[in-house]
Design a protein around this ligand. Structure first.
Ligand SMILES: *[C@@H]1O[C@H](CO)[C@@H](O)[C@H](O)[C@H]1NC(C)=O
Ligand SMILES: *[C@@H]1O[C@H](CO)[C@@H](O)[C@H](O)[C@H]1NC(C)=O
Ligand SMILES: *[C@@H]1O[C@H](CO)[C@@H](O)[C@H](O)[C@H]1NC(C)=O
Ligand SMILES: *[C@@H]1O[C@H](CO)[C@@H](O)[C@H](O)[C@H]1NC(C)=O
Ligand SMILES: *[C@@H]1O[C@H](CO)[C@@H](O)[C@H](O)[C@H]1NC(C)=O
Ligand SMILES: *[C@@H]1O[C@H](CO)[C@@H](O)[C@H](O)[C@H]1NC(C)=O
Ligand SMILES: *[C@@H]1O[C@H](CO)[C@@H](O)[C@H](O)[C@H]1NC(C)=O
Ligand SMILES: *[C@@H]1O[C@H](CO)[C@@H](O)[C@H](O)[C@H]1NC(C)=O
Ligand SMILES: *[C@@H]1O[C@H](CO)[C@@H](O)[C@H](O)[C@H]1NC(C)=O
Ligand SMILES: *[C@@H]1O[C@H](CO)[C@@H](O)[C@H](O)[C@H]1NC(C)=O
Ligand SMILES: *[C@@H]1O[C@H](CO)[C@@H](O)[C@H](O)[C@H]1NC(C)=O
Ligand SMILES: *[C@@H]1O[C@H](CO)[C@@H](O)[C@H](O)[C@H]1NC(C)=O
Length: 698
């Protein structure tokens, strides 16, 4: 799941950036524009105009209303976008110019003219490119003494956090987080001058040298939320004589490599905590008993991004821990993905029934651990809020009767590699509204049930690969909402029905499917199509040319014949074309000429004939090309030396004459940076190729 999440995050970001160019900035209009209220104070207006002067780029026109000329009311700076004044005194109180993701950013520097706004309480400049020519967070911000809220997150500053910020003694909210990192602080003692601080976000500020950070935080008794994820903190095992943090509700400390036993961390006694994020902290050992008293907890995330396996057992830990959780009646999210493998205690053990008593739990992730035993209905008897369940990659057996109705509506169900079969898990048809279903490698040896298309009509992701599903695909599959469907390595027979219209990834490889390829009248958004190792017959239909976004096309090991349509693969997206081991014929397919991003091309074991075209040299992304066992003839085109990424070429069993072009032995693919992105595609394709490629590298 975490890979998926990462992928989605990346996708989201791309979308955001895309949207950023599309949408208008949506800042609130200035408040305090009441007729009766005093208009803005002239020297503050001058200060704002000077601030505007420091902004060198404002593509969204955020500051276009900030003007000296214009009508009288336009000159009232209290009515300018992002500016809010006190409706009593007319002083500027708030500057809300954070760009979030919904508008083009301001670029330039933060002008010291802001110092004239000496009543300023709220300053939000987040996500703008306002790092200025020095790139440093300006010290003078520490002189805006009335600030209660300062948000500089996402501004690409680098270097030290100026201790002058400690002069902002009224500050309640401070956000210096960033995506990229770049800032650091060697000494956090300046924070102790801000006892009123409630919200502190230092995510990705490098704090690696601040050994006493818990002591500093403990001097901030008003703290409610502390974000210190990815700060390179070295440890959290400092001992504190007395805990001051009685209001702390959120602690985000993921992505710091603490490398010490979990129990030695200082924060376990903070019973006010509601959100505790400790993923990928490399802590190990027993779960602390104190966890059982943290009854306010709603989210507990102890997951790991990377699972490590080489540690020895302590098989009671998991059981103790979950038993311990039974008092946490407010728990909604429990994420222990990969947790129990990390450290000296990867866990074998059963999942205790207590888990089902967490009646507010919505999100349970115990994936990738070493849990064993049997999960029954009893485990979920009181789990009336559960929506998300991920027990994948354990050694669990799921024994739930087909007529059992879950007490909650599940939307994400992941039992990959759990033992669920041999019958198809019938209970999934009742009282669920599944959007994400992974029951791959689950030992299911059964037909797809009658109710499949109905009960799973809202599923967008489905993985039932590596089972022994037999019988046919549902004829009405075209009515489903599927976007990704993986049914590879089963025993499905019959024809491929009309595909769901939204499908973009389809893998039906390694089955016994027969008949023609599905026509591409709908589902034109297909990007990945893997149908290899079936018994498909007939031509590659012209309608496949509608798949204008295809990245991967793998039709190998079937009984396809005729010439591939010339119009195939219209775009430059295509990275992998595998048509080997069919009875395809005709010349070296001309559709390939457009596919300048193809990394992997396999036409072997077909009936292709004719000469290899000169333009083969324009397929400059090619790493692997297999043309063996065809009827090509003539010489190897000289232009093949243009293929500077080429790693493997097989021309065996053709009638090709002449010698290899002289430069072929000089191919520099191993060091060619432009080739590197191809590796993933090839690796994820044919495992068998790794041996071939290995040979090619010698
Ligand atoms: C003026 O400010 C006060 C307190 O900040 C607020 O309650 C009141 O609604 C404001 N009046 C107007 C007209 O905005
Ligand atoms: C700071 O701004 C960012 C982006 O606009 C926002 O996500 C974050 O919640 C803000 N921080 C605070 C403390 O409000
Ligand atoms: C602001 O902070 C700095 C460093 O902490 C300190 O030297 C300076 O005296 C402070 N200035 C004021 C006006 O408090
Ligand atoms: C608790 O916070 C107060 C106020 O900041 C501070 O004076 C005191 O030293 C803190 N106690 C500990 C044990 O850090
Ligand atoms: C705290 O953990 C570090 C490893 O991160 C370890 O080197 C150190 O000895 C531990 N200190 C205590 C007091 O346990
Ligand atoms: C945390 O609680 C345990 C017992 O529950 C106690 O022994 C320990 O002293 C407490 N630690 C702090 C820092 O309060
Ligand atoms: C089905 O789920 C809903 C919503 O979570 C729940 O209220 C209801 O009791 C469940 N129905 C059954 C039969 O368990
Ligand atoms: C489906 O599950 C298998 C493991 O059982 C995995 O290898 C494959 O990548 C999954 N498919 C998708 C599309 O995620
Ligand atoms: C499907 O597999 C099951 C279990 O192996 C078997 O009993 C059944 O006859 C098979 N059905 C078909 C249509 O092959
Ligand atoms: C294809 O994708 C586009 C853009 O993502 C979407 O608007 C369209 O509805 C999709 N078409 C189908 C048939 O799913
Ligand atoms: C070609 O495909 C057939 C069946 O699809 C398979 O048995 C055979 O091993 C394949 N040949 C090669 C060379 O991959
Ligand atoms: C072959 O390569 C040369 C330069 O490497 C290029 O000028 C020529 O156009 C290429 N021929 C074809 C048919 O692509």
């Amino acid at each position: 799941m975490h890979r998926l999440a990462a992928a989605m995050l990346v996708l989201l970001c791309c979308c955001c950036l895309f949207l950023a160019t599309q949408q208008q900035q949506q800042l609130q209009p200035a408040a305090g524009g009441n007729r009766a209220s005093p208009s803005c104070i002239p020297h503050e207006r001058d200060a704002l105009l000077a601030f505007k002067h420091g902004v060198t780029s404002d593509p969204g026109g955020v500051l276009s209303s900030w003007r000296r000329d214009g009508r009288h009311d336009e000159q009232d700076c209290c009515r300018w976008r992002g500016v809010r004044c006190s409706n009593r005194t007319g002083h500027v109180h708030e500057l809300r110019l954070g760009s979030t993701f919904d508008g083009p950013d301001l670029a330039g520097q933060i002008s010291p003219s802001l110092l004239a706004l000496d009543h300023l309480e709220h300053l939000d400049l987040s996500w703008n490119y306002l790092a200025g020519p020095t790139g440093r967070l300006p010290e003078f911000l520490g002189s805006l003494k009335n600030l209660k809220y300062l948000n500089l997150s996402g501004i690409p500053f680098y270097g030290g956090v100026p201790p002058q910020l400690g002069n902002l003694s009224r500050l309640q909210y401070l956000d210096l987080s960033s995506w990229m990192g770049g800032m650091n602080s060697m000494d956090l003692s300046w924070l102790t001058h801000i006892p009123s601080i409630q919200y502190l976000n230092l995510n990705r500020v490098d704090l690696s040298t601040v050994a006493d950070w818990p002591r500093v935080m403990n001097m901030l008794p008003s703290l409610r939320a502390l974000h210190i994820s990815g700060c390179s903190l070295a440890s959290a095992n400092q001992s504190l004589p007395h805990l001051n943090l009685t209001y702390l509700e959120e602690l985000h400390a993921s992505g710091n490599s603490f490398h010490h036993p979990m129990v030695t961390s200082w924060f376990w006694n903070i019973t006010s905590l509601r959100f505790l994020y400790l993923s990928s902290t490399s802590m190990y050992g027993q779960f602390p008993d104190a966890l059982g008293d943290m009854t306010s907890l709603q989210v507990l995330d102890l997951s790991n991004d990377y699972c490590l396996y080489d540690y020895h057992d302590d098989d009671k830990n998991m059981r103790r821990m979950i038993t311990n959780l039974k008092n946490l009646c407010n728990l909604e999210v429990l994420n222990l993905e990969c947790t129990l493998l990390y450290g000296w205690n990867y866990i074998t053990g059963h999942v205790p029934y207590e888990i089902g008593k967490l009646s507010k739990l919505t999100h349970l992730d115990l994936s990738i651990n070493k849990l064993d035993g049997t999960i029954t209905e009893e485990h979920f008897a009181s789990a009336g809020s559960l929506q998300y369940i991920d027990l994948s990659y354990n050694a669990l057996k799921i024994e739930i009767s087909s007529d059992w109705q879950p007490p909650s509506k599940l939307d994400t169900v992941n039992f990959a590699s759990c033992q669920m079969g041999p019958l198809f898990p019938g209970w999934l048809q009742w009282n669920v509204s599944i959007a994400y279903l992974d029951i791959s490698s689950a030992g299911i040896a059964d037909r797809l049930p009658q109710w499949f298309s109905d009960a799973f009509s809202n599923v967008w992701f489905m993985n039932i690969s590596n089972n022994q599903l037999n019988g046919t695909l549902p004829a009405d599959m075209g009515s489903m909402s599927l976007q990704e469907l993986d049914l590879r390595s089963n025993k499905l027979t019959g024809q491929i029905p009309t595909l769901p219209p939204n499908i973009h990834t389809l893998d039906l490889s390694n089955n016994f499917l027969s008949g023609p390829l599905p026509s591409a009248t709908r589902s034109a958004n297909l990007t990945h199509l893997s149908l290899f190792s079936n018994r498909l017959t007939g031509h590659i239909p012209e309608s496949f040319c509608k798949y204008q976004q295809l990245v991967v096309l793998d039709l190998s090991n079937n009984f396809l014949e005729g010439e591939p349509p010339m119009c195939l693969g219209v775009t430059e997206c295509m990275e992998l074309v595998a048509l080997s081991n069919n009875s395809l014929s005709g010349k070296f397919p001309s559709f390939l000429q457009k596919l300048t991003n193809v990394h992997f091309l396999d036409l072997s074991w077909n009936k292709f004939s004719g000469r290899l075209p000169m333009w083969i040299g324009s397929l400059t992304s090619l790493r692997v090309i297999r043309l063996s066992h065809n009827k090509f003839f003539g010489s190897i085109p000289v232009n093949i030396t243009n293929l500077s990424c080429l790693q493997y070429m097989d021309l065996n069993n053709n009638k090709i004459s002449g010698s290899l072009p002289i430069y072929l032995s000089n191919l520099k693919f191993m060091t060619n940076l432009f080739c590197s992105d191809a590796i993933e595609v090839i690796d994820s394709h044919l495992n068998s190729l790794s041996t071939i490629c290995g040979r090619g590298r010698n």
